[in-house]
Design a protein around this ligand. Structure first.
Ligand code: PLP
Length: 384
């Protein structure tokens, strides 16, 4: 049996999605064309926008701009924040697609301050407010962390910031939270919100930036009138259709999915901790994504464990998928105060919510056997 416990890297689409997309593919063209193929494609793009508005309670006045994914949406958001002048607050545990543009801005002289998380991995409203400077114009804090699953209290962060200065523009990278928690843009109090299609089961290569009415945005990609001139380039119509289909389904099934994810994750954590010594679940004291488990497994290297589990047909991750392959320990765990050794021995398990009900009973004994074997080899002299 092959078991995919790496939903946070990419949520595999439901099997029926591929068939539905294949049927439609032939009927799609360029949404900017005036003829019927163009009109059909335009309708698909608007259907996708409408589904996102409904899922996230986005008003008709706010904009939903399609991008190639969360990476581009985050870059567009930061570009928009950087146009405002002043300094920017973010956090040190953001995804690299926030941290790297911020590093570039900082290198060009822009004030950037990165708030550190608690040892549990939360970015608290207090820490964000303490980072405020007289010239702070914008803030970007992720809604949920991809590695630990910790959910930040964005609503509180936004309200605390607004109490101090209601001109501050607030962005959140909600790539991991969308589809794993009820989320209402209207109530969150932020101005810009990023989402990613493939984290919700759509095709990779599509995402969106939600922009509150009145927030000035300059395009990052120039060269076409698409997306109200905010993102040049022919829309990824098939990707947007896939997003429309999964989001329409999510609108109906979100609470069951959350329940299923949490049931599987909680059972996994409870069994693994009871049946294997030297395992610690990170961030249990915080609000967490219902599907994510970050586990410190003493005495084994996470990248070796990942390969050993993969040989058994079980797919997990050592942290952010985008950075797997490089051997640096996770910046998120280091920022939370974990040692190098702890960070190198931490794996992430993330459930989809539609697994076989027996998946945990199947996985735990294999996990246990694999870790015990690796620890025994360790004692025989293989260095960690
Ligand atoms: N933001 C977060 C929190 C993520 O976890 C990821 C991907 O892992 C991204 C952004 C990038 O998403 P995309 O693959 O859609 O560009």
């Amino acid at each position: 049996m092959i078991v995919d416990l790496d939903a946070n890297a990419s949520l595999r689409p439901p099997p029926s999605l591929g068939e539905r997309l294949l049927v439609e593919w032939n009927r799609l063209g360029n949404p900017s064309s005036v003829h019927r193929l163009g009109q059909q494609s335009r309708a698909v793009v608007e259907r996708g926008r409408c589904a996102i508005r409904k899922l996230l309670n986005v008003s008709a006045h706010d904009r939903v701009v399609f991008t190639s994914g969360a990476t581009e949406a985050n870059n567009l958001a930061l570009y928009c924040l950087s146009q405002r002048g002043g300094s920017i607050i973010s956090s040190s545990i953001e995804h690299p697609c926030i941290l790297e543009p911020l590093r570039r801005l900082s290198n060009s002289g822009r004030g950037v301050s990165l708030v550190k998380p608690t040892t549990d991995g939360e970015i608290t409203p207090k820490a964000v407010v303490e980072a405020l400077e007289d010239d702070t114009s914008s803030v970007s804090i992720m809604a949920a962390n991809n590695e630990t699953g910790v959910i930040n209290d964005l609503k509180r962060i936004a309200s605390c910031l607004r109490e101090r200065d209601n001109r501050i523009v607030i962005h959140t990278d909600a790539a991991q939270l969308c589809g794993k928690s009820p989320l209402a843009f209207q109530d969150l109090g932020v101005d810009l919100l990023t989402l990613s299609g493939h984290k919700m089961g759509a095709l990779a290569g599509v995402g969106a930036l939600v922009i509150r009415e009145g927030i000035a945005v300059e395009p990052l990609i120039l060269g076409g009138p698409q997306e109200e001139k905010l993102r040049g380039g022919t829309e990824n119509v098939l990707g947007i259709l896939s997003l429309a289909l999964v989001v329409e389904d999510l609108i109906e099934t979100l609470s069951q999915r959350i329940h299923a994810m949490k049931t599987a994750r909680d059972k996994f954590e409870q069994r693994i901790c009871a049946e294997l010594s030297g395992v610690t679940v990170n961030s249990v004291g915080c609000a967490r994504l219902p599907n994510t488990s970050s586990l410190y497994v003493e005495g084994v290297r996470a990248d070796d464990l990942l390969v050993a589990l993969d040989l058994e047909g079980i797919m997990v991750s050592t942290g952010a998928a985008c950075s797997s392959g490089k051997i640096d320990p996770s910046h998120v765990l280091l920022e939370m105060g974990r040692s190098d050794e702890e960070a190198r021995s931490t794996i992430r398990v993330s459930f989809r919510g539609d697994e076989d009900p027996n998946v945990v009973d199947y996985v735990v004994p294999i996990f246990q056997r694999t870790v015990r074997r690796m620890r025994a080899n360790e004692l025989q002299g293989d260095p960690l």
